[in-house]
Design a protein around this ligand. Structure first.
Ligand code: LRH
Ligand code: MN
Ligand code: MN
Length: 424
């Protein structure tokens, strides 16, 4: 199923009058609208292949139907998202949930949808049917060198597949940790992980990067071997210049100041990328911006400030990815909402009057600092995000058009009602 140009234009024509009115107002009242639009157009957020199917919890899973059953269908779904919003021009694969086989055909398909391959994710947190050793007690930190070797080789295989697809990043998240005090020698677990990571690092091609993702808890509930940004940063520093920390917004202890973490990692030139999502309690993997939109804005505020301070291009300076999964929403609608929330937070951060904020900070004018930030956050920039999307060739209202065209119903008739997408 593909959206035709006529369908897109008819939808945009219907939205045009209302859009022009709201856009003209904001364009007349804000000076930097054109600059914001051009930055928004270049900014792309990678879609994780595992978020395209309905997620589940350990209590159950309710299939939404029409879910992608193969990598081909996953790319087709990301193609649909990108067609609608023109901001989802990349796919992030998870191996072996995704099974790339005919690389030339996959690359061609991605090209057809105008997609690139972003970070490749390895998986040593589940046992696969054919594997010799179990990851029950960890992978890269395991006490048994044979288990570590198997996990290292898997990561090297993921790099190899990524090279075939034109990716340039390996993203590693480990479930390694312990469930009870005394189970693990922390120092030895760290050192074994470092040695394993060093072997993987040595297999990275020249222009490649490795992202080390941290997470405070789950599936282990007493300790996690890469549990926070400090531990990840230690690994990244010890590994070398191709290693970076990856921040997944759901992986912190409650109330962590993520924007401060982001600012310092960026300062240290060790912030590699993001997994955007939102959470109320833990690693909830909810739609970005659905619970704490102000936090998302504050994170983007630090990103814009830090990227500009280092002279980095916003679109290419870091790896931007979503990591979400949903059990009650249509996953494609959910992803459209996440991308939209990310674009809005980015636009708001671009609008912050940075010179005025710096002056207010230097004068310790706390009230004014807050006024400046909240003024940007409370400005309705939805018409600007919409204008950027329209100029890039997307839909005025991506979720609206998705529903008008009954895309889910069409996917169900193509793929069936009882589908199980590979993934969590
Ligand atoms: C772990 C995680 C990690 C995995 C993904 C499926 O919670 O965030 O990024 O690869 O979920
Ligand atoms: Mn993640
Ligand atoms: Mn997670």
């Amino acid at each position: 199923m593909e959206i035709t140009q006529n369908q897109l234009e008819a939808h945009n024509d219907r939205a045009s009058k209302a859009h022009q009115q709201s856009f003209n107002f904001i364009a007349a009242t804000q000076q930097r609208v054109e600059e914001v639009i051009s930055k928004l157009i270049s900014f792309q957020v990678a879609i994780p292949s595992w978020a395209l199917g309905t997620g589940g919890t350990r209590f159950g899973r309710f299939s939404g139907g029409g879910e992608p059953r193969s990598l081909d269908e996953k790319l087709a779904d990301i193609g649909l998202l990108h067609r609608l919003n023109q901001s989802s021009g990349a796919a992030s694969l998870h191996i072996p949930w995704d099974v790339p086989q005919d690389y030339a055909a996959i690359r061609q398909q991605a090209q057809h949808y105008n997609l690139r391959f972003d970070a490749m994710n390895s998986n040593t947190f589940q046992d696969q049917p054919d594997q010799a050793h179990s990851y029950k007690f960890g992978s890269l930190h395991h006490a048994d060198p044979a288990v570590r070797k198997q996990a290292v080789e898997h990561n090297i295989e993921v790099i190899r597949q990524g090279i075939e697809l034109g990716s340039d990043t390996l993203s590693i998240w480990l479930a390694d940790g312990s469930c009870f005090p005394g189970q693990l020698n922390f120092r030895k677990a760290f050192q074994r992980t470092l040695e394993s990571l060093q072997e993987i690092y040595a297999a990275l091609p020249e222009h490649w990067k490795v992202f080390v993702e941290y997470k405070a808890f789950e599936p282990n509930f007493y300790s996690t071997t890469i549990g926070d940004w400090g531990q990840s940063l230690l690994f990244a520093n010890k590994l070398g210049p191709k290693a970076f920390t990856l921040v997944d917004l759901g992986h912190h202890l409650p109330n962590a100041n993520i924007e401060q973490i982001v600012s310092l990692l960026l300062m240290e030139e060790k912030l590699g990328g993001f997994h955007f999502n939102d959470s109320k309690y833990g690693d909830d993997d909810l739609t970005a911006g659905s619970i704490k939109p102000y936090q998302l804005f504050l994170i983007f505020n630090e990103l814009v400030e830090g990227l500009d301070a280092r002279g980095l291009d916003h679109a290419t300076g870091l790896g931007w990815m979503i990591d979400a999964s949903h059990n009650v929403k249509d996953p494609l609608e959910d992803l459209l909402q996440s991308v939209d929330a990310i674009m809005l937070a980015y636009a708001q951060a671009l609008l912050v009057d940075r010179d005025a904020l710096t002056a207010a900070q230097d004068n310790n004018d706390v009230t004014l600092c807050q006024e400046i930030l909240q003024d940007a956050f409370r400005t309705d920039l939805r018409p600007v995000v919409r204008e950027a999307r329209l100029r890039a060739g997307g839909a005025a209202n991506p979720v609206g058009l998705y529903r008008e065209l009954q895309i889910r119903q069409q996917l169900i008739s193509e793929r069936g009602l009882k589908t199980v997408a590979t993934g969590l």
